[in-house]
Design a protein around this ligand. Structure first.
Ligand code: ATP
Ligand code: MG
Length: 286
């Protein structure tokens, strides 16, 4: 259980998050929506302490994470993995190296600097890539991949952290609908298969409705809606989005909704659909 108790975050005179109280049970898939500047990113960033709250408490399993310091804070950051709109991968490195960087906490910094990842960790990274349908690209230079493929690599990196929570800040905002759907399907399968809590900031409404058990609507730092997708009527959503309603309702830009003119319904490739010899070659080369 993740609990927010009257959490506020101020940046100077701006109140980015204003007195938020929430309880998120383990295993929920939560979508956070709201117009630009509503406080969505700040809310997420306070969970992994990229931003510190100004007042209030955040607790995970009863433990106050807003009070963690030093090695406890580093351990917590490792336990809540985060994926970003711009992937945050190192483009010139091999895909598998980017994924293994998610193991830095478990691996130890000194040996990581020397590039001494163990065979076990490489295998772990390949398995995570395999789950995302990306094992065939393990040895490829990361910046040669498409945006959707890079986001799947970023999710694989998050997975090898063996996190307790997965945070995603607009993970599909830079992707076309086809890739957006593959990435959202990946997050949902992680949520369902691993029972991992996923908290995801999303811009388009249809994606939040299609994928999330629960939608949290923010406006001016406050939670103004909290409920299942079916309870979020169009008129409530329009109020949450205000002037941005048209783009939020639009299925054209970053939405996962594919119209009839697209290249067909994409899906997460099954491991067995991967070219086995490519996978074997990648493993052999490691
Ligand atoms: N580091 C910062 N310094 C100063 N102000 C900030 C900082 N981070 C966020 N803010 C302000 O806090 C408010 C909430 O920002 P936040 O990034 O959380 O919104 P958001 O809902 O994620 O918006 P977007 O949809 O554009 O990503 C905004 O007014 C923003 O300008
Ligand atoms: Mg944001």
């Amino acid at each position: 259980m993740l609990d927010f108790e009257n959490v506020t975050k101020r940046f100077g005179t701006t109140t980015a998050v204003d007195g938020v109280t929430l309880s998120i049970p383990q295993g929920q898939m939560v979508g956070v929506i709201g117009r630009s500047g509503a406080g969505k990113s700040t809310l997420l960033r306070m969970i992994n302490r990229l931003n510190d709250s100004s007042s209030g408490k955040i607790l995970f399993g009863g433990r106050e994470i807003t009070a963690l310091k030093g090695s406890d804070l580093r351990r917590w950051r490792n336990e809540c993995a985060m994926v970003f709109q711009q992937f945050n991968l190192v483009g010139r490195l091999q895909v598998v190296t980017n994924v293994m960087s998610g193991r830095l906490f478990q691996h130890g910094f000194a040996s990581s600097m020397l590039g001494l990842f163990s065979a076990r960790e490489r295998a772990f990274a390949i398995r995570a890539l395999d789950r995302l349908g990306m094992a065939h690209a393990a040895l490829q230079q990361t910046d040669t991949l498409s945006g959707g493929q890079q986001q799947r690599v970023a999710i694989a990196r998050a997975l090898v952290q063996e996190p307790k929570i997965m945070l995603a800040d607009e993970p599909i905002a830079s992707l076309d609908p086809l890739n957006a759907k593959v990435v959202m399907d990946a997050l949902r399968s992680i949520n369902q298969e691993d029972g991992l809590t996923v908290i995801c900031n999303l811009h388009t409404l249809d994606t939040a409705r299609a994928y999330c058990d629960r939608i949290i609507g923010m406006q001016d730092g406050r939670v103004v809606f909290d409920g299942p997708a079916r309870a979020l009527t169009d008129s409530v959503a329009r109020e949450i989005y205000g002037a941005e309603a048209e783009s939020a309702f639009s299925e054209a830009v970053t939405s996962t909704a594919l119209n009839g003119h697209g290249p067909g319904q994409p899906k997460m490739p099954e491991p067995q659909e991967q070219a086995e010899e490519q996978l074997a070659a990648a493993r052999a080369a490691l």
